[in-house]
Every structure is written in structure tokens, then in C-alpha cells.
Ligand binder design. Structure first.
Ligand code: DON
Length: 307
């Protein structure tokens, strides 16, 4: 039987002399103040066993990983109607690129690039004021992780609100094509705040467990999404979760994964486990450098690649 404790420990140990590698996401000033010498791994199996190493209990800014949860919420609200607004193809471009938006008439390639997640935030906002929509997202994440202490880091949200010029451009550009139903500043209020949710690897691995368990939360027994929806969210994570680095991540790791510029990655081993890794230094595609290396080793040692 796979000894998960020794695997998690050995992955942490084998990479510990590389802690600090990569570059902080300094385009969000608050993220540039994070100590880069941090590294955590948490793995929760579908039968609820937790294995962790390093800084797995330290909260960090989940950033784009939150897009998995907002996508899940938006699909719950409007189902496949979402795909009229957002595509399901890898973009092959950086997460904040604007070029395809003009060529493709304001319809973002997928729900994980910034433009796509802004359109998803617009769906979650429907029928609410921004504060309520933000509250609904945080409540959903708390429920998934079974942890009421999860909260938004308001310094990060403020920092991005003050400097997120590209996202302001993306939102207004989409609105000009009729692909945003609410004022750009309201949608961005929701978007910036869900990106600023702070969670530890422990909490994140728990929150992702429904995607490893055919849409059910195996700990509470409750259904979050249908098995086919869980499979499809995993498919999107595999194809689009690392932006223009998605092919490389699939090649090296072979698991559905979603990264964030806070240095976290959520990876799903369907039927087996939900895994969260975190180290703030990023590679050239804006994905955690050490986190990717950790998942590569972990996938090799568990044999959990989906391929
Ligand atoms: O909108 C942004 O640029 C950030 N709030 C999120 C980007 C992100 O996490 C990309 N992930 N690797």
C-alpha cells in the first residue's frame, strides 16, 4: 500500500533546499510583502486522512484558485448557460492577456483566465449587491472546507483594487461587447475580493475534496455537484488551470490543477485525494515554482497521474 505519510515527508524534504525559489507576484503590491521562504503541502484522501508537511497551516492568498469555487457556484446558478458567456478552451496566453478578447468578440476562452473569471463573477453577482455575492462565495468556501474561520484578507483586496488596471480594462472591454450585465466596478469588487480569500493548505485541500470524490463531500456526505459536473470541472482544471503553462503541468504532473499568484496550487487526484501546495515564488507563467515541483514528485511517487 502507498505510504502517503512518507511520500509527503520525502517530497518536502527533497525540495527543502530550494525554498525561496521563484519570483513574488509584485504586480499586486501586498503580495510582494510575503516572506518567500515558505513551503507547505497538505494532502487529504477521499476517506478523510490528512498528511501534511512544512507551512501547511499558514494562510496565504489563494488568488486564482478561488476561480474553481466561483465556477462551481456559477454552474450551480445557470448551468450550461454559462458556456454562452465563457469558453472551455485553453487560451495559450497569459492569465491577464487581452488579445483574444477582441478577436473572439468579448467571450473569454475559459473561466480561469482573468477575463473568464470576471464573467463568472458577473453571473454570481446576479440578483445581489456586491457585498452579498462576496458573502455567498466566502460562505460556500467555508462550507466546502468545513471551517468558519476562513476570511478575506482585506489588505490584499484593497491592494488589488488600487492597482488592478488590467482587470479594469478586461471588464470594460467585455462590457463593451455586452458580455457583462453589471457595472464593471461592481463585478470587479466581487472578483478582487474572492481572489483575496486567505486559506492554508489544510483548508484548501479539504475544500477541494468534492472534486476528488465525484462531487460529494466525503466527510459530510453531502452532494456539492453531480459526478459529471465534478469530472468536467476537473477537465477544465487540467486543460486551463495553469494558463499558458497548462500543457507543461499536465506533462509533468498529470493531474487537474489550479494555480494562484499567491503561490498556491490545488491539485486533484480523482477518487484518491485533494492536494494543496504553497510556496510564494512563481515561475515565468505565474505558477508556484516549488509547488509545481512538489506536485511533480508527488505524482511520480504515488503513481496518481490520470494518464
Ligand atoms: O487578477 C489577478 O491578476 C489576480 N487576482 C489573480 C491572478 C492569478 O492568480 C493567476 N494565477 N496564477
Amino acid at each position: 500500500m502507498t505510504d502517503l505519510k512518507s511520500i509527503v515527508d520525502s517530497v518536502y524534504h527533497d525540495l527543502s533546499d530550494r525554498i525561496g525559489e521563484g519570483k513574488l507576484a509584485d504586480y499586486i503590491p501586498e503580495l510582494a510583502t510575503v516572506d518567500p521562504r515558505q513551503f507547505g503541502i497538505a494532502l487529504v484522501t477521499t476517506d478523510g486522512k490528512l498528511y501534511s508537511a512544512g507551512d501547511a497551516a499558514t494562510a496565504f492568498s489563494i488568488q486564482s484558485i478561488s476561480k474553481v469555487f466561483t465556477l462551481t457556484l456559477a454552474l450551480g446558478k445557470i448551468g450550461d448557460g454559462l458556456w454562452k458567456r465563457v469558453g472551455r478552451e485553453p487560451s495559450g496566453n497569459s492569465f491577464n492577456s487581452i488579445v483574444q478578447l477582441e478577436q473572439e468578440k468579448g467571450k473569454p476562452r475559459n473561466p480561469f483566465i482573468n477575463a473568464g473569471a470576471i464573467a463568472v463573477a458577473d453571473v454570481v453577482l446576479a440578483g445581489h449587491v456586491p457585498k452579498e455575492a462576496i458573502g455567498e462565495i466566502v460562505q460556500f468556501i467555508r462550507q466546502l472546507a468545513d471551517d468558519d474561520t476562513i476570511a478575506i484578507d482585506h489588505n490584499v483586496a484593497r491592494s488589488e483594487t488600487n492597482t488592478g488596471y488590467r482587470n479594469v480594462a478586461l471588464a470594460n472591454f467585455m462590457r463593451s461587447f455586452g458580455n457583462l450585465n453589471h457595472p464593471a466596478e461592481h463585478v470587479l469588487g466581487v472578483y478582487f475580493h474572492h481572489c483575496a480569500v486567505a486559506m492554508s493548505c489544510h483548508q484548501l485541500a479539504h475544500a477541494g475534496l468534492y472534486l476528488a470524490s465525484a462531487g460529494r463531500n466525503p466527510l459530510s456526505g453531502g452532494s456539492v455537484v453531480s459526478p459529471s459536473r465534478a469530472r468536467r470541472i476537473n477537465a477544465l482544471m487540467l486543460m486551463c488551470g495553469h494558463y499558458d503553462g497548462s500543457g507543461d503541468f499536465a506533462y509533468r504532473v498529470g493531474l487537474p490543477g489550479k494555480s494562484g499568484v499567491g503561490g498556491g496550487i490545488l491539485a486533484i487526484a480523482p477518487g484518491k485525494a485533494s492536494i494543496a501546495v504553497w510556496s510564494p515564488g512563481l515561475n515565468e507563467n505565474g505558477n508556484s515554482q516549488l509547488g509545481s515541483a512538489a506536485l511533480e514528485l508527488l505524482a511520480q511517487r504515488t503513481g496518481w497521474s490520470v494518464f
